[in-house]
Ligand binder design. Structure first.
Ligand SMILES: [Zn+2]
Length: 339
């Protein structure tokens, strides 16, 4: 169980971090318990089509939870994965599964600019005005659903994305089969077992005195700056990845590194690892392949950017993103100072 609104840890404040589910990993091999759970009338299903959650339109909003009978009407189903059992309030003791539909169940009716942070293509289930197919990032940003439900949708999206792209054994090329209620794939031919992947990404603020380092990628809005970030490489510690990424993108050398928080980021299956880092120099050389700009910002700058009140129009990421929480914690003096 990971949902506890009283937890003081910074990770719990990031988007996609909260979930009211007990993942029940200990029963994933127990066929009898799994059969009983999937047959229970109260069991609910999250339906994913083309990487997007499908929601029921209900009075006053949207409902992401389908009964088995409702889910069966939406489209051809490919895989079903056990997400867990509810632990709180109306979800207590309810088993939740995710279903991924065949791509043919969802149509793309309009393609607009894909350059922004939000996917603006419109997806529909043909002939079903009672259903709403929406980009998960947009759903989370718009506050359409409670934050812990957004976390469950993130879990469903990430695991289903993995199944959709791992249908064949990476060892021998034969088709693989789902096992462990969806948390493993197995190859009948060579007996290899394959497990869902999570891709670690370091995201960090280099700190120099009362300034922090932020960059702006070309895909960002015109005045938006954020923490630098990059994928960890095999054989690398978190600290070394932080030092390497900052050095590559800005030429700033880094001494000490401290972990602050992490965030599951289901686009498609990253774990963002948020750190602060001690800058040893101040002269920036920007890697133009990665960034349009990179510069130092003061605590006062960052406080105004978070409130969207900076006199020069600079802004910082939305509270959905871990970068927002790293910046807030640093600007409020809640991070190691390296002094
Ligand atoms: Zn194989």
């Amino acid at each position: 169980m990971s949902f506890n609104p009283l937890l003081p840890e910074l990770s719990a404040q990031t988007g996609f971090a909260l979930s009211p589910l007990d993942r029940m990993s200990e029963i994933r091999e127990d066929k009898q318990i799994l059969a009983d759970m999937s047959a229970a009338a109260g069991t609910r299903y999250i339906v994913i089509g083309r990487d997007r959650p499908i929601l029921k339109r209900v009075e006053g909003g949207y409902d992401p939870f389908f009964t088995a009978a409702e889910a069966a009407t939406v489209g051809r189903q490919r895989e079903t994965v056990l997400l867990g059992k509810g632990t709180l309030g109306p979800h207590a003791d309810v088993a939740f599964y995710a279903i991924v539909l065949d791509d043919s169940a969802v149509d793309i009716v309009e393609v607009a600019d894909e350059g922004g942070l939000i996917d603006t293509r419109k997806f529909v289930v043909p002939g079903r005005n009672d259903l709403f197919v929406h980009d998960l990032r947009a759903l989370a940003t718009e506050g359409t659903l409670p934050v812990d439900i957004i976390g469950v949708l993130g879990q469903a999206k990430s695991i289903m994305h993995w199944h959709a792209r791992h249908r064949f054994c990476s060892n021998c090329g034969s088709s693989s089969e789902m096992a462990a209620a969806g948390w493993r794939r197995e190859c009948r031919s060579c007996k290899a077992m394959h497990f869902p992947r999570t891709d670690p990404v370091v995201i960090m603020l280099a700190i120099s005195g009362d300034d922090c380092l932020m960059g702006r990628a070309g895909r960002f809005g015109k005045h938006m700056y954020s923490a630098l970030a990059g994928f960890l490489e095999p054989g690398e510690t978190i600290e070394d990845a932080v030092r390497r990424e900052i050095r590559e993108e800005s030429s700033i050398r880094i001494g000490r590194v401290a972990y602050l928080a992490s965030q599951p980021w289901p686009f498609p299956a990253s774990l963002m690892i948020g750190c602060v880092a001690e800058a040893l120099n101040r002269d920036i050389v920007i890697d133009r392949n990665e960034l349009e700009d990179c510069r130092w910002f003061s605590r006062r700058d960052v406080q105004m950017m978070l409130k969207r009140e900076h006199p020069d129009g600079y802004t910082a990421p939305h509270p959905l993103a871990i970068a927002h929480h790293l910046l807030r914690a640093w600007s409020e003096g809640r991070t190691p100072s390296f002094r």
